[in-house]
Design a protein around this ligand. Structure first.
Ligand code: NAD
Ligand code: DAU
Length: 333
């Protein structure tokens, strides 16, 4: 199978590309990636000579048509992925998630691709106080990030119903692991702890996330692409739910720092309190998460400790300005 992987230079997309090339060496991969601040060619270094890499945006019709030619499948990871950035400025989120997804789906129709998988998120369901969301739970997104992701899901479903496009949707919970851009909670706190900088906790820090190791999500996506029923949604939740403060305390232990680094800062606007997914459908296809949070977090901390050449250029580039805007005043006061 020749697979177009959009957003393949990002955190999860690059893990997916490595997984497919490891487990299915007969498959061919084309990556289309705009290389935003979060997209990094280095993430694909190990497999650079085994893929076709194209720099381009999913909202660019010509780039998409060219990239999709000869492909039987599309997996759409391309996204603006950070909730805080969507709260500050939502335009790029609307462009990529609405227009980009629409352009991809139109091209998938023209090219009659056999499978189209839309990578989505548990955030489309909003927050849940107790219990877990199932695939039929109503969509109730809270942020511009999750609202535009929900719109992408609805477009994929509409193409299935209207044109018979063989579209599937995978909604994952919070991923973590190597190569995650350090704007997200875990890599941000790991790098700050290693540097002896404060760890910013939004509000009371008692929010709960359902942590999923990135390789487990990549395996679920590949299984759904090949074995899932077209037109269906598959939730992919991690094995463990943790409060943010518990995660942060564990990072402090693993980096040999003490709790004096914890700093409470003003809460995120519209902050969802808890996410939790029921993953019965994908488990029925034969998937289960292999990595528990304690083990995955240890591996993640070791990876960042051992891979300074990966993160050092980030910490001294665009990220510095972002960090200042997002945390400067709160951490100074
Ligand atoms: P990321 O920010 O690390 O990577 C996104 C990639 O998409 C980057 O390589 C970027 O350059 C590329 N990209 C952005 N806009 C593009 C555009 N218009 N055209 C082409 N490429 C573009 O994100 P991630 O964490 O790897 O997330 C990947 C997907 O998984 C996203 O769709 C996200 O919504 C979804 N998801 C993420 C998580 C998570 O916890 N990170 C959980 C569930 C679902
Ligand atoms: O649930 C899936 C989603 O998980 C994905 O769809 C998103 O792409 C991904 O970014 C992630 O969203 P979150 O908003 O849950 O992740 P983030 O790492 O930004 O935050 C995790 C929790 O930690 C959340 O409750 C906010 C909190 N937080 C985050 C940061 C960056 C802090 O307390 N301090 C921080 O500095």
């Amino acid at each position: 199978m020749r697979i177009l992987v959009t957003g393949g230079a990002g955190f999860i997309g690059s893990a997916y590309v490595r997984l497919v090339l490891d487990e299915r060496p007969e498959d061919e991969i084309v990556v289309l990636d705009k290389l935003t601040y979060a997209g990094r060619r280095e993430n694909l270094d190990e497999v650079a000579d085994r893929i076709d890499f194209l720099e381009g945006a999913i909202e660019d019709r010509d780039a998409v048509r060219g990239a999709m030619a000869g492909c039987q499948a599309v997996v759409n990871f391309a996204a603006e992925s950070h909730v805080d950035r969507s709260i500050a400025d939502a335009d790029a989120f609307a462009r990529t998630h609405l227009i980009g997804t629409s352009v991809l789906l139109e091209a998938a129709r023209e090219h009659r691709v056999s499978r189209y998988l839309q990578v989505s998120t548990d955030e489309v369901y909003g927050s849940i106080a107790s219990g877990s969301f199932i695939e039929e739970s109503p969509l109730n997104p809270s942020s511009p990030y999750s609202a535009t992701k929900a719109a992408g899901d609805l477009l994929a479903s509409a193409h299935f119903h209207t044109y018979g496009t063989q579209a599937l949707i995978c909604r994952g919970s919070n991923n973590y692991g190597p190569r995650q851009y350090p704007e997200k909670l875990i890599p941000l706190c790991v790098l700050n702890a290693l540097a002896g900088d404060p760890l910013p906790v939004y509000g009371d820090g008692r929010q709960v996330r359902n942590w999923l190791y990135v390789e487990d999500f990549a395996r679920a996506i590949d299984l759904v692409l090949r074995e899932g029923v077209a037109g269906e949604v598959y939730n992919v939740g991690g094995p463990d739910e943790e409060e943010n403060l518990t995660v942060i305390r564990r990072i402090l232990e693993l980096t040999g720092r003490d709790e004096s680094l914890i700093e409470h800062v003003p809460d995120r606007l519209g902050h969802d309190r808890r996410y939790s997914l029921s993953s019965g459908k994908v488990r029925a296809l034969g998937w289960e998460p292999l990595t528990h949070f304690a083990e995955g977090l240890e591996r993640t901390v070791s990876w960042y400790r051992d891979n300074e050449p990966w993160w050092e250029p980030i910490r001294s580039g665009e990220y510095r300005a972002y960090y200042e805007r997002q945390y400067g005043r709160a951490l100074a006061s």
